[in-house]
Design a protein. Structure first.
Length: 547
């Protein structure tokens, strides 16, 4: 994979300062997904940022699964996430890590905090804990169990681990400040009893650490230097630091500790990235699963024909900001076009076919025209495309009474059949366009230059054409901010997918798996997993007007 560009941003400035001051000797980042869902476009930004920064500084990026919630996690999600990160072009080497790898050490840390008087077992119900937590304007109230003695707390915590209690009977909480203006510091829960099967540890554990307790300490255990997360975790940073510092004070961790840095999450127009909304789209059948090409998931993007190179260009182009930002979906599409224009082989395809007959072309005759595979890349060579008396052309390329400026087929007008002959239209009869051709006008021939025409249309030989279904995918939502003023489902674009019966040149009969093609005039297309179908990845240019 090409080296990720190293444009400056506020995170790089922090890292440069830390390295310059000698705080850290090298850079170690991590991408820490929870294995409870599928990767989406928002994750792409985080993946490219974490792996890209490590690459730029000659460091390393860990892939760590924060698997602390067994009721929602599955091995299938782990496998899908690994596959997605690899597809984007990143490698974590031997650093395939899990928070569950550290469960034993986290318990040891917890006992240390209990012994130091920084944690206690609370026997309130979940409802009581919630009620006593307070609000943004009202302080919380101390638990009646907050003054339990150290020995009692240790015994109860060990009994929790030893499976002596039912779910919800007790929790372990940090003893911080129930009156803190930051609600995250109001004695947060560190452990809860949960009799649930874990996808890696099985039934070994009946207590599980909370995300806030496990996340920062896992960073420190791994020696992560810069823990990058999105802005919604900014209020969690004091807790992140509190846990890490208290555990370090007990001698379990050696400085320097990990530093949390927040950046703005990816927000795209015409897209929803909320996990709840994505699940709703799938569960209620508004899309055809997580890999529906209209979904903003990596699985959907791959099926649609988006490329990892296009995503990496996108991540670099939008940069990293501290403030909330919304990125126009057009930028993502342009990044895909930029890469696909460079790599996609050209092919001719007619998506709305109408028959054209060259009346003076000999019946039964066929010949081949030489067509470049990529007009900007001569080294990719040419291919032979069959030409015959009857062709398929686009229905929009003929009009009986054309408007001013229409240079394609209408009675009396001449056009060039791309890479072929100049033909003169004589009209349409019974739904078939009729023309005559000039035998000496074939492209590349000595007589071709004497025919000056303004129109140039593509075609496919009817005798040799390959019939396929083509899915014309567009944006899933018809407004830039779905659900802003109403139910987001009301903003679904009813034309986000159209399926047409197309005719394509015969070279596409045996297409390469997942090979992207540019269908001339139509955009970029990729064979679908289903077989004899093609998905439109993106049009040749932005077809949406600016809101």
């Amino acid at each position: 994979m090409d080296r990720v560009p190293s444009s400056s941003n506020f995170i790089r400035q922090i890292i440069d300062a830390d390295l310059g001051a000698g705080t850290y000797k090298t850079v170690l980042t991590r991408f820490p997904p929870e294995p409870n869902g599928h990767l989406h476009f928002g994750h792409v930004k985080s993946i490219c940022l974490n792996f890209g920064l490590a690459q730029q500084y000659g460091g390393r990026c860990n892939l760590r699964f924060d698997d602390t919630n067994p009721e929602k996690e599955e091995q299938a999600y782990v496998d899908s996430i690994k596959d997605g990160v690899k597809w984007l072009g990143f490698d974590w080497g031997e650093n395939d890590l899990y928070a569950s790898d550290y469960f034993e050490r986290l318990c040891e840390f917890a006992e240390g905090l209990i012994t130091a008087g920084h944690a206690y077992v609370d026997s309130q119900s979940a409802e009581e804990i919630r009620a006593n937590r307070g609000t943004l304007t009202e302080p919380g109230r101390d638990s009646p169990w907050r003054k339990r003695g150290v020995e009692d707390n240790l015994e109860l915590f060990r009994d929790m681990r030893a499976d002596k209690f039912k779910d919800g009977t007790h929790v372990l909480r940090a003893k911080i400040d129930m009156r803190s203006p930051n609600i995250n510091l109001r004695d947060p829960v560190m452990y809860r009893i949960r009799h649930a099967h874990h996808h890696r540890t099985g039934d070994r554990w009946c207590i599980y650490p909370t995300y806030d307790w496990a996340h920062g300490l896992s960073d420190c255990i791994e020696g992560i230097t810069h823990s990058l997360c999105t802005l919604e975790f900014e209020d969690h940073r004091p807790l992140y630091d509190w846990f890490n510092q208290r555990v370090a004070e007990l001698g379990f961790l050696q400085p320097p500790l990990s530093k949390q840095i927040e950046f703005a999450r990816l927000n795209l127009t015409y897209v929803v990235l909320s996990k709840r909304r994505l699940i709703q789209l799938v569960d209620e059948g508004h899309v055809d699963g997580w890999d529906d090409p209209r979904m903003p998931t990596l699985a959907g993007a791959r099926r649609r024909g988006y490329t990892p190179e296009g995503f990496r260009i996108f991540a670099e182009r939008i940069g990293v900001a501290k403030a909330h930002q919304v990125i126009d979906f057009t930028i993502l599409e342009d990044c895909m076009r930029e890469h696909l224009n460079d790599v996609a082989a050209r092919r001719m395809a007619v998506l709305d076919p109408v028959k054209l007959v060259i009346d003076n072309y000999p019946e039964g005759k066929e010949e081949h025209v030489e067509v470049p595979n990529h007009p900007q890349k001569p080294l990719l060579g040419k291919r032979a495309v069959p030409f015959s008396r009857e062709l398929w052309i686009e229905r929009e390329d003929y009009q009986d009474k054309p408007p001013k400026g229409f240079f394609r087929l209408f009675p009396g007008n001449e056009v060039r059949l791309r890479f072929g002959y100049v033909v003169k239209c004589t009209g349409m009869k019974d739904g078939v366009v009729h023309c005559t051709y000039h035998p000496d006008s074939r492209s590349g021939s000595s007589g071709a230059d004497k025919y000056k025409v303004k129109g140039n249309i593509h075609w496919v030989s009817a005798r040799h054409a390959h019939a396929v279904k083509v899915h014309l995918y567009d944006r899933l939502f018809k407004v830039p901010e779905p659900g802003k003023d109403r139910d987001f489902l009301d903003d679904i674009n009813p034309d986000s997918r159209k399926t047409v019966d197309a005719q394509v040149e015969p070279s596409l009969r045996e297409h390469a798996s997942r090979q992207t093609y540019q269908f001339e005039r139509h955009g970029y297309f990729v064979p679908d997993y289903e077989g004899r179908t093609f998905n439109r990845t993106v049009t040749l240019r932005d077809s949406w007007t600016k809101a």
